[in-house]
Write a protein that binds this ligand. Structure first.
Ligand code: NAD
Ligand code: ZN
Length: 350
């Protein structure tokens, strides 16, 4: 798989540096949120504005979108076309998919506009659409030729989004260990400047994993699901933002790693003493305390729905030995539920 070029920019790039003929697919809100984007985007003739979110990724709406996009590109030589996608993860998944199938594939450039997209979803080449309400059921592996991280675009986000993205940054730092974890762990404050500071190291850490298993065949890439097993359940059940749910899922995974003696108690204590650990959310303190029996039944269904399911009732769970070392193990879905109850009781009993 080809490697994407990643570029950091203090300002929007010149359109002519992005490709010969451009089709801009962008999140509609950006024109209001970022005056700089509004001015810049007017230089590109072919523009397709979309409403971000899971609805955009719905396969039911896709025929309508692609017909409009084809009509827009009517007088363009497809060989020369570059699709430039500006938006968060949903716009990236949609726009990447469009680029991958338009005339069997045209050049793709991402300008991520959310921290989540900048740290995670714009990299690694996964595109996706949802089918019948189930997320990411179809898609392609189609890495962008180029990803440009435009500072003023990312800083146009409201501060609350910073904390949402922190869960993913923490995940990648824990997976990678080394200097990324050593430095991030000492941070007392998480804000846009913190994210910008660690963006390059976090992206490199993701590529280190993705490059070993670009199309998710060997299982190495599965490590990127650290915190995501319970995270996805909480995201659906409590309708939490993805990054917040992952933050909760990370604490669950760490505590389960200790319970299974995969992570030494001393290692977990060391983790908890780091300044940045104050930003970790405890699922058992905040989310799981009022879990009723019927919720557990729903959790079970959601866990088995998740695509990480292997055999009928088992799933692959990512445990952490220490920052930089994971252990991926098959667990039964009921083991996850038992652990949820155990962590909840541990919390209740102080
Ligand atoms: N392809 C992958 O590898 C991958 C990885 C993780 C997540 N995802 C996907 O990413 C999506 C979630 O990503 P997301 O949170 O970025 O989603 P999103 O695209 O829905 O954006 C979230 C919200 O932020 C707004 N927004 C975007 N840029 C903004 C800006 N600069 N200023 C202010 N508001 C802005 C959007 O309009 C939207 O309301 C999900 O669909 C998920 O499945 C994909
Ligand atoms: Zn994630």
């Amino acid at each position: 798989m080809k490697q994407s070029m990643v570029r950091f920019a203090q300002n929007f790039p010149k359109p002519r540096d992005l490709g010969e003929e451009l089709l801009l697919i962008h999140d509609k809100v950006l024109a209001q949120k970022s005056p700089a984007f509004r001015t810049w985007s007017k230089q590109i003739k072919l523009r397709y504005a979309v409403d971000a979110g899971e609805g955009l990724k719905s396969v039911d709406m896709f025929p309508e979108h692609i017909a409009k996009i084809m009509a827009l590109c009517e007088n363009t030589s497809v060989k020369k076309l570059t699709v430039v996608v500006v938006g968060g993860g949903s716009v990236g998944d949609f726009g990447g998919f469009v680029a991958s199938i338009l005339k069997r594939g045209v050049r793709l450039v991402h300008l991520p506009s959310t921290w989540l997209a900048a740290i995670d979803s714009a990299h690694g080449g996964k595109t996706a659409l949802n089918v019948g309400g189930a997320k990411n059921q179809i898609g392609t592996f189609y890495p962008a030729s180029e990803i440009v991280l435009v500072k003023p675009l990312l800083f146009a986000q409201p501060p609350a989004r910073t904390f949402e993205a922190f869960g993913e940054l923490l995940k990648i730092a824990l997976l990678h260990g080394g200097p990324l974890w050593a430095e991030l762990s000492k941070e007392f404050e998480v804000n846009a400047d913190t994210l910008w500071k660690y963006l390059s190291a976090a992206i490199n850490a993701k590529y280190k994993i993705v490059n070993k298993d670009p199309e998710e065949k060997s299982g190495v890439r599965h490590a990127l699901n650290l915190g995501h097993t319970l995270g996805h359940v909480l995201e659906s059940y409590y309708e939490l933002p993805h990054g917040i749910a992952i933050n909760y899922g990370l604490e669950f995974a760490l505590r389960w790693s200790v319970e299974k003696k995969i992570m030494a108690v001393g290692e977990f204590d060391k983790f908890q003493r780091q300044p940045v650990a104050a930003y970790l959310l405890s699922a058992s303190a905040d989310q799981l305390l009022d879990v009723k029996a019927n919720a557990l039944k729903e959790f079970r269904r959601l866990l088995l729905n998740d695509k990480k399911k292997t055999k009928s009732e088992t799933l692959r769970f990512v445990f952490l030995k220490k920052p930089g070392q994971v252990s991926i193990q098959e667990v039964h879905v009921d083991d996850v539920l038992v652990e949820i109850i155990r962590q909840r009781e541990e919390e209740l009993n102080g």
